[in-house]
Design a binder for this molecule. Structure first.
Ligand code: DC
Length: 227
Protein backbone atom coordinates (compact mmCIF):
# COMPACT_ATOMS: atom_id res chain seq x y z
CA UNK A 1 0.00 0.00 0.00
CA UNK A 2 1.14 3.56 -0.71
CA UNK A 3 2.68 5.59 2.14
CA UNK A 4 0.19 8.40 1.63
CA UNK A 5 -3.36 7.82 0.37
CA UNK A 6 -5.64 10.82 -0.13
CA UNK A 7 -9.21 10.25 -1.30
CA UNK A 8 -11.48 12.84 -2.89
CA UNK A 9 -15.12 11.91 -3.35
CA UNK A 10 -18.04 14.03 -4.44
CA UNK A 11 -20.88 14.45 -6.91
CA UNK A 12 -20.63 15.07 -10.65
CA UNK A 13 -19.10 18.42 -11.64
CA UNK A 14 -18.00 19.28 -8.09
CA UNK A 15 -14.52 20.01 -9.48
CA UNK A 16 -12.93 16.97 -7.86
CA UNK A 17 -11.05 15.72 -10.94
CA UNK A 18 -9.29 19.02 -11.54
CA UNK A 19 -8.62 19.52 -7.84
CA UNK A 20 -7.35 15.95 -7.40
CA UNK A 21 -5.01 16.32 -10.37
CA UNK A 22 -3.59 19.63 -9.12
CA UNK A 23 -3.26 18.34 -5.56
CA UNK A 24 -1.40 15.27 -6.84
CA UNK A 25 0.95 17.53 -8.83
CA UNK A 26 1.64 19.71 -5.79
CA UNK A 27 2.33 16.67 -3.59
CA UNK A 28 4.31 14.81 -6.24
CA UNK A 29 1.78 11.99 -5.95
CA UNK A 30 0.13 9.72 -8.52
CA UNK A 31 -3.41 10.50 -9.51
CA UNK A 32 -6.22 8.03 -10.10
CA UNK A 33 -9.47 9.09 -11.82
CA UNK A 34 -11.77 6.17 -10.97
CA UNK A 35 -14.68 7.64 -12.96
CA UNK A 36 -12.54 7.01 -16.07
CA UNK A 37 -12.55 3.30 -15.14
CA UNK A 38 -16.37 3.11 -15.04
CA UNK A 39 -16.47 5.08 -18.27
CA UNK A 40 -13.94 2.78 -20.00
CA UNK A 41 -15.88 -0.35 -18.99
CA UNK A 42 -19.08 1.31 -20.25
CA UNK A 43 -17.54 2.19 -23.62
CA UNK A 44 -16.10 -1.33 -24.02
CA UNK A 45 -19.52 -2.83 -23.18
CA UNK A 46 -21.31 -0.52 -25.64
CA UNK A 47 -18.86 -1.45 -28.38
CA UNK A 48 -19.29 -5.15 -27.60
CA UNK A 49 -23.06 -4.77 -27.90
CA UNK A 50 -23.56 -5.91 -24.29
CA UNK A 51 -26.85 -5.39 -22.50
CA UNK A 52 -25.93 -2.62 -20.09
CA UNK A 53 -28.19 -3.84 -17.31
CA UNK A 54 -26.83 -7.41 -17.45
CA UNK A 55 -24.08 -7.64 -14.84
CA UNK A 56 -22.72 -10.95 -16.17
CA UNK A 57 -22.29 -9.43 -19.61
CA UNK A 58 -20.49 -6.40 -18.14
CA UNK A 59 -18.17 -8.72 -16.19
CA UNK A 60 -17.54 -10.73 -19.35
CA UNK A 61 -16.48 -7.52 -21.12
CA UNK A 62 -14.08 -6.67 -18.25
CA UNK A 63 -12.57 -10.16 -18.35
CA UNK A 64 -12.07 -10.13 -22.11
CA UNK A 65 -10.75 -6.56 -22.43
CA UNK A 66 -7.44 -4.99 -21.59
CA UNK A 67 -7.64 -1.62 -19.84
CA UNK A 68 -4.75 0.80 -19.35
CA UNK A 69 -4.95 3.99 -17.33
CA UNK A 70 -2.10 6.43 -17.04
CA UNK A 71 -1.95 9.91 -15.60
CA UNK A 72 0.78 11.78 -17.35
CA UNK A 73 1.21 15.39 -18.45
CA UNK A 74 -1.71 16.35 -16.20
CA UNK A 75 -4.38 14.21 -17.83
CA UNK A 76 -5.69 10.66 -17.57
CA UNK A 77 -5.07 8.68 -20.72
CA UNK A 78 -7.26 5.61 -21.19
CA UNK A 79 -6.72 2.72 -23.60
CA UNK A 80 -9.04 -0.21 -24.21
CA UNK A 81 -7.47 -3.17 -26.02
CA UNK A 82 -4.49 -1.03 -26.99
CA UNK A 83 -6.56 1.77 -28.56
CA UNK A 84 -6.69 5.20 -26.94
CA UNK A 85 -10.25 6.23 -25.98
CA UNK A 86 -9.50 9.22 -23.73
CA UNK A 87 -11.89 11.52 -25.62
CA UNK A 88 -14.54 8.89 -26.45
CA UNK A 89 -15.19 8.01 -22.78
CA UNK A 90 -16.31 11.61 -22.14
CA UNK A 91 -19.13 11.53 -24.70
CA UNK A 92 -22.76 12.04 -23.58
CA UNK A 93 -23.82 8.45 -24.34
CA UNK A 94 -21.05 6.96 -22.19
CA UNK A 95 -21.81 9.50 -19.46
CA UNK A 96 -25.48 8.47 -19.45
CA UNK A 97 -24.75 4.71 -19.60
CA UNK A 98 -22.03 4.70 -16.92
CA UNK A 99 -24.73 4.39 -14.26
CA UNK A 100 -25.20 0.69 -15.19
CA UNK A 101 -21.60 -0.29 -14.49
CA UNK A 102 -21.68 1.91 -11.37
CA UNK A 103 -24.77 0.12 -10.03
CA UNK A 104 -23.46 -3.43 -10.64
CA UNK A 105 -21.99 -4.74 -7.33
CA UNK A 106 -19.59 -7.28 -8.88
CA UNK A 107 -18.33 -4.71 -11.40
CA UNK A 108 -17.66 -2.34 -8.50
CA UNK A 109 -15.86 -5.10 -6.61
CA UNK A 110 -13.64 -5.77 -9.62
CA UNK A 111 -12.85 -2.08 -10.18
CA UNK A 112 -12.14 -1.51 -6.47
CA UNK A 113 -9.69 -4.43 -6.65
CA UNK A 114 -7.99 -2.80 -9.67
CA UNK A 115 -7.86 0.54 -7.79
CA UNK A 116 -6.15 -1.10 -4.79
CA UNK A 117 -3.68 -2.86 -7.07
CA UNK A 118 -2.83 0.46 -8.68
CA UNK A 119 -2.33 2.13 -5.27
CA UNK A 120 -0.15 -0.73 -4.06
CA UNK A 121 2.48 0.17 -6.65
CA UNK A 122 2.60 3.89 -5.80
CA UNK A 123 4.45 5.80 -3.11
CA UNK A 124 1.78 8.51 -2.73
CA UNK A 125 -1.62 8.63 -4.35
CA UNK A 126 -4.54 11.02 -4.73
CA UNK A 127 -7.58 9.07 -5.88
CA UNK A 128 -10.97 10.52 -6.77
CA UNK A 129 -14.45 9.08 -7.33
CA UNK A 130 -17.58 8.33 -5.35
CA UNK A 131 -16.54 5.54 -2.96
CA UNK A 132 -12.83 6.06 -2.49
CA UNK A 133 -12.97 7.09 1.16
CA UNK A 134 -15.91 4.85 2.08
CA UNK A 135 -15.05 1.56 0.32
CA UNK A 136 -11.88 1.40 -1.79
CA UNK A 137 -9.56 3.08 0.75
CA UNK A 138 -11.53 3.12 3.98
CA UNK A 139 -8.25 3.48 5.93
CA UNK A 140 -6.88 6.34 3.77
CA UNK A 141 -4.67 8.91 5.51
CA UNK A 142 -6.84 11.87 4.50
CA UNK A 143 -10.33 11.89 3.05
CA UNK A 144 -12.03 14.82 1.37
CA UNK A 145 -15.59 15.20 0.17
CA UNK A 146 -16.11 18.05 -2.30
CA UNK A 147 -19.55 19.34 -2.93
CA UNK A 148 -21.21 22.39 -4.54
CA UNK A 149 -24.66 23.71 -5.17
CA UNK A 150 -26.25 21.95 -8.24
CA UNK A 151 -26.81 25.31 -9.97
CA UNK A 152 -23.14 26.21 -9.62
CA UNK A 153 -22.09 22.76 -10.82
CA UNK A 154 -24.35 23.18 -13.86
CA UNK A 155 -22.78 26.60 -14.57
CA UNK A 156 -19.29 25.08 -14.42
CA UNK A 157 -20.27 22.25 -16.75
CA UNK A 158 -21.86 24.77 -19.15
CA UNK A 159 -18.66 26.84 -19.21
CA UNK A 160 -16.59 23.70 -19.92
CA UNK A 161 -18.89 22.74 -22.80
CA UNK A 162 -18.84 26.31 -24.13
CA UNK A 163 -15.04 26.26 -24.11
CA UNK A 164 -15.26 23.09 -26.20
CA UNK A 165 -17.59 24.86 -28.68
CA UNK A 166 -20.84 23.30 -27.45
CA UNK A 167 -23.76 25.50 -26.37
CA UNK A 168 -26.17 23.83 -23.92
CA UNK A 169 -29.14 24.99 -21.88
CA UNK A 170 -28.38 25.54 -18.16
CA UNK A 171 -31.65 23.99 -16.93
CA UNK A 172 -31.06 20.82 -18.93
CA UNK A 173 -27.51 20.51 -17.63
CA UNK A 174 -28.72 20.97 -14.05
CA UNK A 175 -31.45 18.33 -14.50
CA UNK A 176 -28.89 15.84 -15.86
CA UNK A 177 -26.56 16.58 -12.92
CA UNK A 178 -29.37 16.08 -10.40
CA UNK A 179 -30.34 12.79 -12.08
CA UNK A 180 -26.76 11.59 -11.75
CA UNK A 181 -26.71 12.69 -8.07
CA UNK A 182 -29.83 10.61 -7.43
CA UNK A 183 -28.48 7.56 -9.17
CA UNK A 184 -25.08 7.91 -7.40
CA UNK A 185 -26.65 8.35 -3.96
CA UNK A 186 -29.33 5.69 -4.20
CA UNK A 187 -27.41 2.60 -5.36
CA UNK A 188 -26.95 -0.10 -2.73
CA UNK A 189 -23.26 -0.79 -3.37
CA UNK A 190 -20.74 2.04 -3.01
CA UNK A 191 -23.29 4.86 -2.89
CA UNK A 192 -22.06 8.43 -2.97
CA UNK A 193 -21.78 9.77 0.57
CA UNK A 194 -19.07 11.41 2.67
CA UNK A 195 -17.05 8.98 4.82
CA UNK A 196 -17.66 9.57 8.53
CA UNK A 197 -14.10 10.89 8.86
CA UNK A 198 -14.07 12.94 5.63
CA UNK A 199 -13.34 16.67 5.55
CA UNK A 200 -16.31 18.16 3.68
CA UNK A 201 -15.51 21.18 1.49
CA UNK A 202 -18.28 23.18 -0.14
CA UNK A 203 -16.73 24.67 -3.28
CA UNK A 204 -19.77 26.72 -4.40
CA UNK A 205 -18.06 30.03 -3.61
CA UNK A 206 -14.48 28.92 -4.22
CA UNK A 207 -12.21 28.92 -7.27
CA UNK A 208 -10.11 25.85 -8.13
CA UNK A 209 -6.88 27.32 -6.74
CA UNK A 210 -8.61 28.26 -3.48
CA UNK A 211 -9.88 24.69 -3.10
CA UNK A 212 -6.43 23.24 -3.80
CA UNK A 213 -4.86 25.59 -1.23
CA UNK A 214 -7.49 24.62 1.34
CA UNK A 215 -6.86 20.91 0.81
CA UNK A 216 -3.09 21.39 0.89
CA UNK A 217 -3.41 23.17 4.24
CA UNK A 218 -5.39 20.19 5.61
CA UNK A 219 -2.77 17.75 4.28
CA UNK A 220 0.04 19.81 5.88
CA UNK A 221 -1.79 19.89 9.17
CA UNK A 222 -2.50 16.13 9.18
CA UNK A 223 1.03 15.25 8.08
CA UNK A 224 2.67 17.48 10.72
CA UNK A 225 0.36 15.95 13.33
CA UNK A 226 1.53 12.49 12.27
CA UNK A 227 5.23 13.31 12.44
O1 DC B 1 -16.68 11.11 -12.10
P1 DC B 1 -17.25 10.69 -13.46
O2 DC B 1 -18.37 11.53 -13.96
O3 DC B 1 -16.19 10.52 -14.50
O4 DC B 1 -17.87 9.22 -13.18
C1 DC B 1 -18.42 8.43 -14.23
C2 DC B 1 -19.45 7.45 -13.67
O5 DC B 1 -18.86 6.49 -12.80
C3 DC B 1 -20.58 8.09 -12.85
O6 DC B 1 -21.78 7.44 -13.24
C4 DC B 1 -20.27 7.74 -11.42
C5 DC B 1 -19.47 6.49 -11.52
N1 DC B 1 -18.42 6.33 -10.52
C6 DC B 1 -18.66 5.49 -9.47
O7 DC B 1 -19.75 4.93 -9.35
N2 DC B 1 -17.69 5.27 -8.54
C7 DC B 1 -16.49 5.88 -8.65
N3 DC B 1 -15.54 5.63 -7.74
C8 DC B 1 -16.24 6.77 -9.72
C9 DC B 1 -17.24 6.98 -10.64
Amino acid sequence: MANLVITIDGPAASGKSTVARLLAERLDASFLDTGAMYRAVTLAAMRAGAHMSDEDELLGVIESSEFEFSAEAGKTTVCVNGVEVTEQIRGPEVTANARYAAAAPRVREKLVEMQRQFAAGEERIVTEGRDQGTVAFADADIKFYLTADPRERARRRQAELRAAGEERNLEQIQTAIEDRDNSDQSRTTGPLRPADDAIVVDTTELGIEEVVEKLLACVDEKCSGKG
